[in-house]
Design a protein around this ligand. Structure first.
Ligand code: HEM
Length: 501
């Protein structure tokens, strides 16, 4: 983007600067077009190149100028501009503090503008009051497609002089994470019945995998007397086992006697997620390089999941038998939707993606905090002891006040989805973040990305108190939150009507 003015103090001059650039750019273009800038034949070729470049630069200048004209028409004011901030969470937080909670910037290599905010009012607009104006960003969909999508054949009819029918193979997905609008509504409708609270709250399935985790830790400590364990790796195996069990009806059993395929699935899944993160960062540049490794991982994972689907389809008696034994299997419920195996696979892989790393992440951070706070561990232990039994029900867990505060606090300080993004599908308005004081509405053009950062919002001292950086579960005793607390997002998840959270 062409806005080299960081900070709020420059906000008022932005429309004037844009107008100046627009007219100056237009004048330069006109002079170049008439060929009078540098006389003489010899310069015609460089001049032509210069003219092409000028046209390329003039486009964004005009867009910038038009933006301010349109924004003024809506009574909006520009927000602070920050150039070339390629920062992680803490740097973004510093920039948000310096610019007053909302700023605009560019994100290499994309040409579309981006706004970053830690303002709950803006998040509310995106996830609720102006929900229809925002969708999942195209870049997220493109990055996930190789893993959560399948290849489909599309027939394209091209009319040039004669009619030509071209058959192309493109990736397509039905996953709830990579669809918008009607397709998203459809996924939601399919998934909703499978997320029935009193069924997914059957704790027996999770219990056996947690028991294995504890046995594993005990054994590792006893075997070589180690005092230090990498819990994150163990949590990751445990969540893979429990989510696969819940979803496919059969655990990957990484903590037990896992077959080779299960290990491969876990490994490929991890590596695919890393590659997806890179793809998201590289934007359209990923188009320049194919990734056969990712394709290989993806087809292996699809085949792995598809096997479970085919097994259940081919022997429904096993399926009903599972139901009789009282084991709730997500796949069984999905099959009732009548969708094809391919679509079911999309859903299984996407829910697996949704549930595995988020759960691993929150457990890892929770134990990181607990390892430094024996006082909190002691209070949790007291609450467990007061319960008076070893096998708590779902209701018991819900009613354990202190334990719930501890979990909420872990999700506040380190939300697994630390940063999130949406893209405007039409011109729209953010309620706040514009003008010299950062309080005016901001006009947002179609195609703009909005990045909101729960990690930063959750640490704002004006929202959570001077001790916002501290792990203090007791704060939840009288804390009431809306859009300033977003570990599970807001409207999209709850609007989906599913009980996944
Ligand atoms: C502590 C663990 C978890 C956290 C922090 C978490 C967080 C989130 C967030 C922030 C979103 C919104 C993503 C977006 O729209 O940009 C989301 C969506 C979703 N999550 Fe989770 N999640 C967790 C666990 C799970 C689990 C275990 C499952 C299922 C097994 C699950 C299923 C879903 C589904 C289906 C959606 C899509 C909802 C929709 O678009 O309507 N999540 N999750």
């Amino acid at each position: 983007m062409l806005f080299p003015n960081p900070g709020r103090d420059k906000v008022d001059s932005l429309p004037r600067t844009a107008r100046f650039r627009y007219y100056a750019g237009g004048l330069t273009l006109a002079i170049l077009a008439t060929g009078h800038l540098i006389p003489g034949r010899i310069v015609h070729v460089p001049l032509a190149i210069l003219a092409v470049l000028a046209v390329y630069v003039f486009g964004p200048l005009r867009t910038e100028h038009e933006y301010y004209v349109e924004a003024a028409r809506h009574g909006c004011k520009p927000t602070a501009r920050v150039l070339k901030q390629n920062a992680l969470l803490q740097n973004r937080r510093d920039t948000l503090e310096a610019t007053g909670h909302t700023y605009a910037h560019g994100v290499f290599p994309e040409s579309t503008p981006c706004i970053t905010t830690d303002e709950p009012e803006n998040v509310k607009a995106v996830l609720s009051t102006r929900f229809e104006d925002w969708v999942l960003p195209g870049i997220r969909i493109k990055s996930f497609l190789p893993v959560l999508g399948k290849l489909v054949v599309v027939v394209v009819v091209v009319v040039v002089v004669v009619v030509v029918v071209v058959v192309v193979v493109v990736p397509h997905t039905d996953s709830i994470f990579t669809t918008n609008g009607a397709e998203w509504q459809h996924s939601r409708a399919i998934l909703r019945p499978a997320f029935v609270r009193d069924q997914i709250s059957d704790l027996a399935c999770v219990d056996q995998h947690v028991a294995k985790l504890i046995a594993h830790i005990r054994k590792a400590l006893a075997d070589d007397g180690r005092a230090i364990l990498d819990l994150q790796v163990l949590f990751s195996m445990m969540t893979t086992d429990s989510i696969s069990d819940f979803m496919f009806g059969q655990s990957t059993d990484l903590q037990g006697s896992a077959p080779q395929d299960s290990y491969k699935f876990g490994k490929y899944f991890d590596e695919s997620m890393q590659k997806i993160a890179w793809r998201a960062r590289l934007g359209w540049l990923t188009l320049l390089r194919s990734d056969p490794e990712l394709d290989e991982y993806s087809s292996f994972m699809r085949a792995f999941v598809k096997r479970f689907v085919s097994n259940v389809r081919e022997s429904p008696e096993t399926n009903s038998h599972r139901g009789e034994k009282g084991k709730y299997v997500f796949l069984d419920e999905l099959l009732k939707s009548g969708e094809s195996d391919e679509v079911i696979c999309d859903h299984l892989l996407s829910i697996f993606t949704a549930g595995r790393d988020t759960t691993t992440s929150v457990l890892s951070y929770l134990f990181f905090e607990l390892s430094r706070r024996p006082d909190i561990v002691a209070t949790v232990r007291d609450e467990i002891r007061d319960l008076g039994r070893d096998d708590p029900t779902w209701e018991d867990l819900r009613n354990m006040r202190y334990l719930n505060w501890v979990l909420k606090e872990a999700l506040r300080l380190n939300p697994p989805v630390a940063s999130n993004q949406r893209e405007a599908v039409r011109d729209t308005i953010l309620p706040t973040g514009g003008g010299a004081d950062g309080k005016s509405p901001v006009f947002v053009t179609k195609g703009t990305s909005l990045r909101y950062i729960p990690w930063v919002i959750h640490r704002r001292k004006d929202l959570f108190g001077e001790d916002a950086e501290e792990f203090r579960p007791e704060r939840w005793e009288d804390l009431r939150v809306t859009y300033e607390y977003l570990p599970f997002n807001a409207a999209r998840a709850s609007a989906s009507g599913n009980n996944s959270h």
